[in-house]
Design a protein around this ligand. Structure first.
Ligand code: NAP
Ligand code: MG
Length: 492
């Protein structure tokens, strides 16, 4: 079945929260419509506008389920997650249709996202079997000392709208692997794929109440979830502004946090002999998901003598981008998710021009034919950008790339570090010493050498400075967030 015919037969339904293994309408009785990203005149479905009372119910259920979950073994939880991963693969088309419809990204990108969620779920299924502690010699004979890692309890998980399948899985699957229970709140803009995820967790055999979903606004559902006294950990992905507010609330209850926040990721190009390949990777990292990625490259920092050639290669590569709705087979870039995101990005393009940067290409709104139904923007490239401009410092979260020219390697590193963020960074160089100096000097959670800012499904993922706080997600670092240490002394 094609995406459009699938949507025709599945749009317009009303959905519920998933609490304690049951689909429940919100206590408010209200729902809100969700619109198709590429056809904003079409409604995909109606979703709960939940309240504090719904959150309370879900957290209570998760709290009860936590006690029951401690009776399951790690291999049982691992087997459930492996089943869940298989189900994601089985239903990849349906997940991709929902994801593309609500988010706007191309079907190829959506399938890639589901595939990534499969890999991450399989990785954490293995992690369930590796919740190691340590043993130590006793101070006296006949005494053994050890540490064990225990799950922390109920985790609040909150996600943004750019990766509606992989972000929930990245939080919920490890929580379950380590023996925690979860209340998940998706972004208001992308609740539809999450509904399917809950169905699949249920089908895979997750016990009642271990994984719950409450859909609703950040100010009501998100706010009451992070402040709930039974919540022991908050895994949040979203903007830095919201992350800091959550951190303040969490601090009052000594609740731990895992915050994955914004980025302003640089690609530094230093005397690289294959500029065509660098440009290919930079363009892909900058414009995938229409630039609405926390790890999107948004600044290219290049030595002045290579700048013209690199810009020509970037422009050449950008010409291959085909813009359109997700279901068109040759399309490589979808619309922005909604009008408010479009307006915010368009505003930055205006700011860039006013600051004196030169718009070399793109940045135009498309509105003829089918385009009028979505919020399409052509990929934009600015040059004559300086490090102090707002477009060089602030996260734009859209298809806008800035080129900053520098005189030497030291200046390149200084400029790369001259934002509040520190999520991902790339360097393209043939010089091993430059690559290592960069890896050491860059203030960034993830560094890619001769490689775009694409991460792997078994590697720790996170940022420093204003890009993140707390243990990184995905990799083995998750253990530090989802478990706490207990020190055990045994005399025999
Ligand atoms: P956002 O505005 O911070 O929202 C993120 C989530 O927080 C949404 O579910 C939102 O709910 C919820 N929220 C809003 N107010 C809240 C409150 N008072 N208490 C608790 N939760 C609240 O971010 P966004 O605009 O959705 O996403 C874009 C941002 O996410 C960018 O800054 C991007 O860099 C960042 N991001 C980071 C990563 C990473 O791994 N570092 C990955 C992806 C995205 P509503 O949807 O209902 O407002
Ligand atoms: Mg927002």
């Amino acid at each position: 079945m094609s995406m459009l015919s699938w949507l025709e037969s599945h749009s317009g339904r009303t959905y519920c929260n998933f609490i304690n293994g049951e689909w429940l309408t919100s206590v408010s009785g209200n729902t809100l419509p969700l619109h198709h990203a590429a056809r904003s005149d079409e409604v995909l479905g109606y979703f709960p506008d939940s309240t504090e009372a719904d959150v309370h119910r879900a957290v209570e259920a998760a709290h009860e389920a936590f006690l029951a979950l401690s009776q399951t073994s790690a291999p049982q939880r691992s087997a459930i997650l492996l089943r869940f991963a298989d189900l994601l693969e089985r239903d990849i088309d349906e997940l991709a249709y929902r994801l593309s419809a609500e988010q706007g990204k191309t079907l190829a990108e959506s399938r890639g996202e589901v595939g990534r969620a499969v890999k991450e779920a399989r990785f954490v299924a293995g992690e369930a079997l590796r919740i190691e502690g340590d043993t130590f010699p006793g101070e006296r004979t006949g005494v053994i000392n050890s540490t064990i890692q225990s799950p922390i309890g109920v985790v609040a998980a909150i996600a943004p709208w750019n990766f509606p399948v992989v972000t929930p899985v990245r939080k919920i699957a490890p929580a379950f692997a380590y023996g925690c229970t979860v209340v998940f709140k998706p972004a208001s803009a992308t609740p539809w794929a999450t509904i399917k995820l809950m169905e699949l967790f249920d089908e895979a055999g997750v016990p009642k109440g271990a994984i719950n979903l409450v859909i609703g606004s950040g100010s009501r559902v998100g706010h009451s979830l992070v402040g709930h006294p039974l919540v022991k950990g908050i895994s949040f992905t979203g903007s830095t502004k919201q992350g800091i507010r959550i951190q303040e609330i969490a601090a009052k209850g000594l609740v731990r946090t895992q915050l994955e926040l914004g980025g302003k990721n640089p690609a530094v190009v230093l005397n690289y002999d294959d500029l065509a390949s660098a440009a290919k990777q930079i363009v892909s990292a900058a414009f995938t998901c229409s630039g609405q990625r926390c790890t999107a490259i948004s600044r290219v920092i290049v030595l002045r003598e290579q700048a013209e050639e690199l810009k020509a290669e970037l422009l050449k590569e950008m010409k291959h981008i085909r813009i359109g709705p997700a279901w068109e087979p040759d399309v490589t870039m979808g619309p922005l998710i909604n009008k408010s995101q479009f307006d915010s990005v368009a505003q930055y393009i205006q700011i860039g021009k006013e600051e004196g940067a030169r718009l070399l290409a793109g940045g135009e709104s498309l509105s003829d034919g089918e385009y009028i139904r979505g919020h399409y923007l052509t990929p934009a490239l600015f040059d004559q950008v300086t490090a102090d401009m707002r477009i060089a410092k602030e996260e734009i979260f859209g298809p806008v790339l800035s080129v900053i020219e520098v005189d030497n390697e030291q200046e390149a590193l200084r400029v790369a570090n001259s934002t509040d963020y520190g999520l991902a960074a790339s360097i393209f160089t043939n010089n091993l010493a430059s690559a290592y100096r960069f890896a050491e000097g860059i203030e960034s959670g993830m560094v890619h050498i001769n490689h775009g800012t694409a991460s792997a499904a078994h590697m720790p993922f996170g940022g420093v400075k204003q890009s993140g706080f707390g243990p990184y997600s995905i990799g083995s670092s998750n253990k530090a967030f989802f478990t706490e240490t207990k020190v055990v002394y045994v005399q025999y």
